[in-house]
Ligand binder design. Structure first.
Ligand code: ADP
Length: 661
């Protein structure tokens, strides 16, 4: 066994690999950029080496610096995690040339699977079904049109060197084909430096289903069943589960056999994933093979009881697999939700800042949280905004989803925007619970983005009752102030009006020892919780069922978050409620004279000067965020009155860049 390994990654995956290595008695070396000197993975590892400035290209992607760190610390092997150098064949060759073991597949397998045209050919030769289309590179818009007419619209054009959903375009008819070809190949060139594009049939209402394979260096290859990852936003996975509600034992066995055949055909070693796309009639086709550990691997671990990182390490040492295909058993159901620092209300724009509060849901047997952050730590602009992965297990799909809902409700995250409410809304969505998934789920069910799900009537009543209890505790504490005139002590009332949106819910509260009985709309509810003013998590029971609600105090009111629902509540005495109805509504400030940064980022350039007249559509400034340059243009004609920021400035979301007269 190795004595020491280096983890060439950051964030949750670096922490996750370190955890397994530690359990196996292996010491660990973390590498980090200047920005990550205080990151969790650095704190967790036995040793840490700084490898460069914040941008990944100069640190986590710097193969020489990573290998030098391994040499300098005497690490015998390198685990790449996912992303960064994980699927870089020349990195693997350089690692091996330095006499260090790469904990992953051979360079040749990575190279063979890294190109979509090549891997599709290889898969077809190995007897794996591939999406009907044209074998090879498309030679131009004209040829794309001919092939599309032959295979039938809609078609998909994809960058052969693509990944991460980039360089993909759909053409629904002859009218779109030339533009789709042009866009796919230009994005392929700019993102991957390789403009080759392939064309295939666009599978409608597809499900994304992938098979986890595991191979050793002795020719043993097994599969560990499937994961379904159909809940995607712009071709990026958001929620994954295992097994898939769409598979039965027969399809699983066939898909598994094809995945194993492909792994054998490329001489695969280590853990890998063969991705398939499945159509309504349950025909499935090979998409690509990911030659690394996947983000969503924990769901497979939850239902098989295996530790895939341990398996990768053992295989890298040269141990044969001890598990045979027949011995692989799948237990129950697992779900994973990716918790991102992003703002669903702004088109899921990444959010940055300090985690002023970060507490994970209480540890329970059926809940696993993989994270790479801590309270007080910072989410920066340089890296992936993944905060944590919540993983839950249940005996059935419904139980796993319910456990996920409870886990999400228990996450206390403040200081950055996050997608917990959105994830909670998907988990509670009837179509999701029925298992009617497709990669279009989010686009179809949330066509206008996400602004907090509206509560159903029963849910609103329950949340109104909770809001009343919360407010009663706040007022109760205020009323307990010392030094009150005897006989004139403040006494909190029992009758309240909870105003949510424009709706009023009269609530009568009775205190029964440590419990409250809340009567709303004729129904009585028992609520028990030891919530204290200031706490962001309300945990307790409602009519005997456990309940977790996030609580934010907003001015005189509260915002409650539960199961994807956001419930803004103002709790008033009946008299205040009657008077509040007469209050004028505060108008939001007028920001139309300002050019505001739509996202946190770096101001690259300002194209105008003070006093300059601009026409609608003219470029005003360029903001770089998440490696993308965003050109901000004038919405209408005007004159620049003042500049509030200059090139090189870091911008917060909504920060004013300039002002018009
Ligand atoms: P990448 O390497 O960029 O992740 P993939 O080939 O794995 O690209 O595809 C990513 C996603 O794009 C899939 O999960 C699926 O949602 C969609 N997709 C890819 N190919 C097709 C196709 N032929 N028809 C329909 N959807 C597709």
């Amino acid at each position: 066994m190795f004595g020491k390994i280096l983890i060439a990654n950051r964030g949750e995956i670096a922490c996750r690999v370190i955890r397994t290595a530690r359990r196996m008695g292996i010491s660990t070396v973390a590498v980090h950029s200047e920005a990550d000197a205080r990151a969790l993975h650095v704190r967790m590892a036995d040793e840490a080496v700084e490898i460069g400035p914040p941008p990944s290209a100069q640190s986590y992607l710097d193969a020489d610096a990573v290998i030098a760190a391994a040499r300098g610390t005497g690490a015998e092997a390198i685990h790449p995690g996912y992303g960064f150098l994980a699927e870089n064949a020349s990195f693997v060759e350089a690692v091996n040339a330095a006499g260090i073991t790469f904990i992953g597949p051979p360079a040749a397998a990575i190279a063979a699977m890294g190109d979509k045209i090549e891997s599709k050919r290889l898969a077809a030769r190995a007897g794996v079904s591939t999406v009907p289309g044209h074998d090879g590179e498309v030679q131009g818009a004209g040829q794309a049109g001919e092939i599309a007419t032959r295979i039938g619209y809609p078609v998909m054009l994809k960058a052969s060197a693509g990944g991460g959903g980039k360089g993909m375009r759909i053409a629904h008819s002859e009218a779109d084909i030339a533009e789709a070809f042009r866009a796919a190949s230009s994005e392929a060139r700019s993102s991957f430096g390789d403009e080759r594009v392939l064309i295939e049939k666009y599978i409608e209402e597809p499900r994304h289903i992938e098979i986890q394979v595991l191979a050793d260096s002795h020719g043993n290859v097994i599969h560990l069943g499937e994961r379904e990852c159909s809940i995607q936003r712009r071709h990026q996975k958001v929620i994954e589960e295992a097994p898939s509600p769409a598979l039965d034992a027969g399809i699983r066995a066939r898909m598994g056999a094809e995945a194993v055949a492909l792994a054998r055909a490329v001489g695969y070693v280590s853990a890998g994933t063969v991705e398939f796309i499945m159509e309504r009639e349950r025909h499935f086709y090979f998409l690509e093979m990911n030659t690394r550990l996947q983000v969503e691997h924990p769901v497979t671990e939850m239902i098989t009881g295996l530790d895939l990182v341990e398996a990768m390490i053992r295989v890298a040492v040269g141990e044969p697999l001890t598990l045979t295909q027949d011995a692989v058993k799948l237990f129950g159901w697992a779900m994973e939700a990716r918790v991102y620092a992003e703002d669903p209300r702004r088109g899921f724009m990444p959010s940055i800042g300090r985690l002023t509060c970060y507490r994970e849901p209480p540890a329970e047997a059926a809940v696993r949280v993989d994270s790479g952050v801590y309270e007080g730590g910072e989410i920066g602009i340089h890296y992936d905004p993944l905060i944590a992965k919540a993983v839950t297990w249940g005996e059935s799909r419904a139980a796993a989803a319910a456990a996920m809902g409870a886990a999400l409700d228990g996450f206390e995250i403040r200081g950055v925007d996050h997608n917990i409410s959105f994830l909670g809304a998907v988990m509670a969505h009837p179509r999701f619970l029925e298992g009617r998934l497709s990669t279009d789920f989010i686009a179809e069910e949330f066509p206008d983005g996400f602004n907090g799900a509206a509560p159903g009537r029963a849910e609103a009543v329950r949340l109104a009752a909770v809001a009343a209890v919360i407010h009663r505790r706040v007022v109760g504490r205020e009323a307990a102030i010392s030094g009150q005139l005897a006989g004139h002590e403040a006494v909190p009332g029992t009758v309240w009006v909870v105003r949510a949106d424009t709706e009023d819910y009269p609530v009568v509260l009775r205190e029964l020892g440590s419990e409250f009985e809340a009567t709303v709309e004729g129904g009585a509810h028992r609520i028990e919780s030891d919530w204290r003013p200031g706490a962001t998590l309300f945990e307790g029971t409602l009519d005997g069922a456990s309940l977790r609600v996030q609580v934010d105090r907003v001015g005189p009111g509260y915002t409650l978050f539960h199961g994807g629902v956001e419930f803004g509540a103002l709790v008033l005495t009946p008299r205040a409620g009657a008077l509040a109805a007469l209050m004028p509504v505060k108008a939001p400030p007028d920001t139309s004279k300002f050019l505001l940064s739509p996202m946190p980022g770096l101001l690259l350039s300002v194209a105008v000067q003070k006093g300059q007249e601009v026409k609608a559509g003219e470029e005003l400034a360029v903001v770089e965020a998440m490696k993308m340059e965003n050109v901000l243009r004038a919405a209408r004609d005007g004159t620049v009155a003042a500049l509030h920021a200059g090139p090189g400035d870091s911008l917060a979301a909504d920060q004013a860049i300039l002002e018009f007269e």
